[in-house]
Design a protein around this ligand. Structure first.
Ligand code: PGA
Ligand code: ZN
Length: 426
C-alpha cells in the first residue's frame, strides 16, 4: 500500500522546470514519475499547470502542481493499494473535478500516475513493460525518427515541424537504428556542405536554414541515397505537419515563404507531397477542427499512407471515438501528458487497436531522462514509437531502453517492422 507521495521540481530537456513524483510504499519500495512537456500543444490537451509568476523561472515554475501532489493527492491516496492503477487514476480525476485536469494540473496527476505504475512494477519485481502489459507485451516497435526539426521546435526554420524517417525495410530493431544513424549523419553532412545547417533543434534533428518548404525534401532524398538506401523500399519518409500551428481559423500561413493558403490549396499541397515523395506516414496534415479535410484525405490516401491524429485527438478517448466513427484518420499519436493518467492512456491505445487503427506512442519536445514510453510501447504491442531524433540523451534513452527490453524478453521478443502497416493498408 502507498505510504507517502512526495514531489519536487526537476528540469526537462529544454531546461524548463517540470516535476518528479516519488511514491513510497509501506514495504520501502519506491517508484518515480517524470513529466514531459510539449511546445506545439493541442488546444484539446489536458492542462499543464504552471505558476505563471514572472519572477519565478519566467513564469515556468510548477510549485503549485508540486503542492497539489504533496497535499491533496498524497492525502487522497494514502494507504491505497498500489496495484489498483485504474482506481487510483479515477480517484485523482474525481479529486480534480474538471474535464481537463486544470485544477490540480495534468502534470501533477500524470507524475503521480506514472510513479504509482513504477512503484507497482518494482513491488512485483517486474520490468515496467511486463507489469503494464500483464506479461502480454512482446513487440519491439518500429521507430519513427526525426532528421530535420522545424516549426515550433526550431523557430519556424521550416513550416513543417518534423521531417522523419521510418526504416520500413529493416529486418531487426538494431537495423532500424543503424539505418537511421547513417541517414541522420548523411543529412548533416549534405546540409553542412551546402551551408544550410544552423545547429540542432529541440528534438535533436538538424536545424536547417532554408527559404522554401521543398528544399528539405531534396536534402532528405539526397541523404538517403548517400547513406546507400533506396527511398520507398528500405526507408520511407514521414512528416509531422503540425498544421494547427499554421491555421488561423480561415487560412494556413507558411511563414517561410510568406504565403497564405486556403484550406483547399493546403489540401492540394499535402496531396502533391504524398504523390511526389515516398511518404508512408503523415501527422496532423490539417488543423484539429477541419474534419472534412481529414475525412477526404483519409479516403484518398488511407490505403497507402498512415494518417496520424496528434492535435486532432490529443489522446482523448472521446475525441478518438468520434474520429473512428467519422473515419478521420487511421492512426492515433499517443502522449501520456495529453490526457494525464496511465490508465486513460492504456485505454486510448486499446481503443485505437480495437478499431483496426495503429497507435504511435510518442515523446514530447520537452523530455526527461526517463524511458516510461519505451515500456508503454512494448507493453501494449503498439508497434511504433516516435521520440524525436537520433541525438541527445533524452531521446537516445528511449531507443536504448528498447534494446534492453528486447534483451530482457529474449526469445519472446518479436519485430515485424514495416509489416505493421499491413494492418491499415488495404
Ligand atoms: P510537442 O511536439 O511535444 O511540442 O507537442 C511533438 C509533436 O507535435 O508530435
Ligand atoms: Zn505532432
Amino acid at each position: 500500500n502507498i505510504k507517502n507521495i512526495d514531489a519536487y521540481q526537476i528540469y526537462d530537456s529544454r531546461g524548463y522546470p517540470t516535476l518528479e513524483v516519488e511514491v513510497l510504499l509501506e514495504d520501502g519500495t519506491t517508484g518515480y514519475g517524470l513529466v514531459p512537456s510539449g511546445a506545439s500543444t493541442g488546444q484539446f490537451e489536458a492542462w499543464e499547470l504552471r505558476d505563471g509568476t514572472a519572477s519565478k523561472f519566467r513564469g515556468k515554475s510548477v510549485y503549485n502542481a508540486i503542492d497539489n501532489v504533496k497535499v491533496e493527492i498524497a492525502k487522497a491516496l494514502s494507504g491505497v493499494n498500489v496495484f489498483e492503477q485504474e482506481e487510483i487514476d479515477k480517484k485523482m480525476i474525481a479529486l480534480d473535478g474538471t474535464p481537463n485536469k486544470s485544477r490540480l494540473g495534468a502534470n501533477a496527476i500524470l507524475g503521480t500516475s506514472m510513479a504509482v505504475a513504477n512503484a507497482a512494477a518494482n513491488a512485483k519485481n517486474q520490468k515496467l513493460y511486463e507489469y503494464l502489459g500483464n506479461g502480454q507485451g512482446h513487440l519491439i516497435p518500429l521507430n519513427e525518427i526525426q532528421i530535420l526539426g522545424g516549426g515550433a521546435h526550431a523557430d519556424w526554420a521550416t513550416d513543417i515541424q518534423d521531417f522523419l524517417v521510418i526504416a520500413i525495410g529493416a529486418k531487426s530493431y538494431e537495423e532500424t537504428l543503424e539505418m537511421t544513424h547513417n541517414i541522420y549523419h548523411a543529412a548533416g553532412e549534405v546540409m553542412k556542405e551546402k551551408g544550410k545547417c544552423v545547429g540542432i533543434a529541440d528534438e535533436g534533428g538538424w536545424w536547417p536554414d532554408y527559404s522554401n518548404n521543398e528544399e528539405p525534401f531534396e536534402v532528405f532524398m539526397e541523404a538517403i541515397k548517400r547513406a546507400g538506401y533506396e527511398a520507398g523500399k528500405d526507408v520511407a519518409l514521414s512528416l509531422d505537419i503540425a498544421a494547427s500551428d499554421l491555421f488561423d481559423g480561415e487560412n494556413y500561413h507558411l511563414r517561410l515563404e510568406n504565403k497564405k493558403l486556403t484550406p483547399d490549396e493546403f489540401y492540394e499541397m499535402m496531396k502533391m507531397w504524398c504523390e511526389k515523395y515516398p511518404i508512408i506516414s503523415i501527422e496532423d496534415p490539417f488543423a484539429d477542427t477541419e474534419f472534412d479535410y481529414w475525412k477526404k484525405f483519409t479516403q484518398e490516401f488511407g490505403h497507402r499512407v498512415q494518417i496520424i491524429g496528434d492535435d486532432l485527438f490529443t489522446t482523448n478517448i472521446k475525441r478518438i471515438k468520434e474520429g473512428i466513427a467519422q473515419k478521420l484518420a487511421n492512426s492515433v499519436l499517443i502522449k501520456l501528458n495529453q490526457i494525464g493518467t496511465v490508465s486513460e492512456t492504456l485505454e486510448a491505445i486499446a481503443l485505437t487497436q480495437k478499431a483496426g487503427w495503429l497507435p504511435v506512442v510518442s515523446a514530447r519536445s520537452g523530455e526527461t531522462e526517463d524511458a516510461f514510453i519505451s515500456h508503454l510501447a512494448v507493453a501494449t504491442n503498439a508497434g511504433q514509437l516516435k521520440v524525436g531524433s537520433f541525438a541527445r540523451s533524452e531521446r537516445m534513452v528511449k531507443w536504448n531502453e528498447n534494446l534492453r527490453i528486447q534483451r530482457h524478453l529474449g526469445e519472446k521478443a518479436t519485430f515485424i517492422g514495416g509489416e505493421i502497416y499491413e494492418n491499415i493498408f488495404t
